[in-house]
Ligand binder design. Structure first.
Ligand code: NAP
Length: 273
């Protein structure tokens, strides 16, 4: 029943994680760019789920946005008094240390690297790699000092492929989390990486990707969030939601890389991750 900070809280997997964490009585710190959506979500969480939520709008592709969230994560001190009755207020949540950091914000580039927009490449790198590193760096010393806490990073099954810079960023997240999990052994703090396959969210629409996949390959975000939080509770390091994508991950690990490149190359030229 601690406090969880979720980046990319306004839609898709992040939004589902927020509601499932609220159902498990966690207070929330909500991070994304869309202030209006965050404010409506915080009010709904308070009214419907009876948990407190702090709204923390930030663009994680900017140094200023990442610093703002990092500053919030550095809070280790007084937990502050609770209201006599009812959920914590946003101000009360804002004074509490974060027990679970969820690095979820991300987006598909929707372009080839060669000839693509280099600013979009930079923003993707900052949101999906820079922010994951900086926010984990800010959150972990306090968690270790308190002797409990967890980091949950959302990577992708694409981390096992060769689908453009997106796959490279997600491979970084996966390897980074495995390294963290090893470093954190015995501290009471855990690190988990989730590698979802295709999941119905706003992701593909935002990146203007063609929907070339049959309906049966899609997972829903509720299932991804449920399996991700179960993995955190078990202290599991790598989690690939759904049996179908666990089989795909096993196949990708066993296949020769030339074959992975050939298949991934075909897929990424159709979809432009
Ligand atoms: P989504 O519905 O598009 O949600 C993305 C979230 O990230 C939104 O809340 C968005 O909020 C936030 N975000 C994007 N850019 C941001 C920025 N610069 N600063 C702060 N927040 C930002 O997509 P999703 O599928 O849920 O994606 C969540 C994670 O799952 C991503 O890391 C993605 O790579 C990963 N994933 C997705 C799939 C899939 O098939 N959907 C598969 C594997 C992995 P604002 O627009 O309000 O900022």
């Amino acid at each position: 029943m601690g406090t969880a900070l979720v980046t990319g809280a306004t839609s898709g997997i992040g939004l589902e994680l927020v509601w499932q964490l609220a159902a498990a009585r966690h207070d929330l710190v909500l991070v994304a760019r869309d202030h209006q959506r965050l404010a409506v979500l915080a009010e709904d969480l308070y009214q419907v789920a009876g948990v407190g939520a702090q709204v923390l709008p930030a663009d994680l592709s900017t140094a200023q946005g990442r610093q703002k969230v990092a500053q919030r994560l550095l809070r280790t001190g007084a937990t502050g008094a609770r209201s006599a009755r009812g959920p914590r207020t946003a101000q009360e949540v804002a004074r509490r240390p974060v027990d679970l950091l969820v690095n979820n914000a991300g987006f598909g580039l929707g372009q080839a690297f060669v000839g693509g927009d280099v600013d979009r490449e930079r923003r993707a790198l900052e949101v999906m790699v820079g922010a994951v590193m900086e926010l984990s760096h800010a959150a972990l010393p306090g968690m270790v000092e308190r002797g409990h806490g967890a980091v949950l990073n959302i990577a992708s099954l694409a981390s096992l492929t060769a689908m453009g810079t997106y796959a490279a960023h997600k491979a970084w997240v996966r390897t980074f989390t495995e390294g963290l999990a090893t470093e954190l052994k015995g501290t009471g703090v855990s690190a988990t990486v989730v590698c979802p396959g295709l999941t119905r969210t706003e992701f593909h629409e935002r990146a203007h990707m063609e929907d070339v996949w049959p309906s049966l390959v899609w997972t829903d975000s509720q299932e991804v969030a449920r399996q991700a939080l179960d993995a955190v509770r078990r202290g599991q390091v790598i989690c690939t939601p759904t049996l179908r994508y666990q089989a795909a991950a096993a196949l990708l690990r066993l296949s020769p890389r030339w074959l992975v490149r050939r298949v991934a190359g075909h897929a990424s030229s159709a979809t432009r991750y």
